[in-house]
Design a protein around this ligand. Structure first.
Ligand code: RIB
Length: 317
């Protein structure tokens, strides 16, 4: 295990306004919500909060607006004991906001007002270069300007940190990004966006991963929801972990929680197979509660789900 301890997250912070609906409204239609909540969100902040809840030491590189939502998010981070020195408050812009609608079946759709997240520019990322370069792992997503994500990936790689990119929300990626990524972690929709293949079977997951590896990603993890998760390496490694049986009510932030779990486990020196199993448990638990940061599990919950399913693990196939 490396003597590097820190897990850095370069990413977005949002406040999620989430409404539960029986069904999504059609264009021009108004429907009543069956429930409403406000919670911390943003893919980057969700990963950082999940890491903190799992007992890791996250260092979040992010921007907030100088407003009430921003102050609420800082208070949440402080309550978790997070280091706030990588977070800047930008005057004159609003904090990021996500309008999340969740249907009774658990599916969601999200509208994002990026606010201060759009102000995370390359010079800001560069200003935190030493912390990024010195981390054990650096986690990225795609809710910041792509130039800033590329800059952060380059700094991390040059410094010897391992990089994990969640290509979410789904977007095509330029070729040069792939070579900077040690672990690329798309879900099924994102895999289809990047490869043209919806990985709804084992063979299609293999074919999609081959395309992503050929573009230069170090390793590919496909998060396949109720089908579990796959991990592929260029040397032919192929692992699959089945999904943990939980009662899902809201999938928001499940992918963020998964990535945090994977990084936390690897940083503790666990094998990729163990980390995949741990990540699947963290992601599964995040679907059992509503909201984003309100839903991510802590260490004890995760260990107890793992202990309840000793036979469920990552296997080669
Ligand atoms: O991945 C879930 C997150 O996506 C939500 O918390 C929302 O803020 C959006 O960024």
């Amino acid at each position: 295990m490396s003597d590097r301890q820190e897990i850095c997250v370069v990413g977005s912070v949002n406040t999620d306004l989430h409404a539960c609906v029986e069904r999504f409204p059609l264009a021009g239609e108004t429907v009543g919500a069956t429930g409403f909540g406000v919670s911390g969100g943003g893919k980057g902040a969700n990963q950082a909060v999940a890491l903190a809840k799992l007992g890791a030491r996250p260092f979040l590189v992010a921007k907030l607006g100088d407003d009430a939502f921003g102050r609420d998010r800082l208070a949440d981070f402080l309550a978790l004991g997070m280091d706030l020195s990588g977070i800047r408050v930008e005057s004159g812009v609003s904090s990021g906001v996500a309008l999340v609608e969740t249907e009774s079946g658990g599916q969601n759709r999200i509208v994002i007002a990026a606010g201060a997240n759009a102000a995370v520019d390359e010079s800001f990322v560069l200003s935190l270069g030493p912390r990024i370069a010195g981390a054990a792992f650096v986690l990225f997503q795609l809710e910041l300007p792509l130039a800033s994500v590329r800059r952060g990936l380059s700094i991390a790689k040059a410094g010897g940190a391992a990089t994990i990119l969640d290509p979410a929300p789904a977007a095509p990626l330029p070729d040069d990004i792939f070579a900077l990524v040690d672990y690329l972690t798309p879900n099924e929709t994102e895999t289809e966006t990047l490869t043209g293949i919806l990985p709804d079977s084992r063979d299609k997951a293999i074919a999609a991963a081959a395309r992503l590896l050929a573009r230069g990603a170090g390793r590919v993890i496909i998060k396949a929801g109720s089908r579990g998760a796959y991990l592929f390496g260029p040397e032919g490694l192929a692992l699959r972990c089945a999904a943990f049986p939980v009662a899902a009510v809201d999938t928001t932030a499940a992918g963020d929680a998964f990535n945090a779990g994977f990084a936390a486990a690897l940083a503790e020196g666990r094998s990729e197979a163990e980390a995949l199993r741990f990540a699947c448990a963290v992601g599964a638990l995040a679907t059992t509660r509503r909201g984003a940061q309100t839903a991510v599990p802590d260490r004890a919950e995760t260990e107890s789900l793992l202990a309840a399913h000793p036979g469920l693990g990552a296997e080669r196939f």
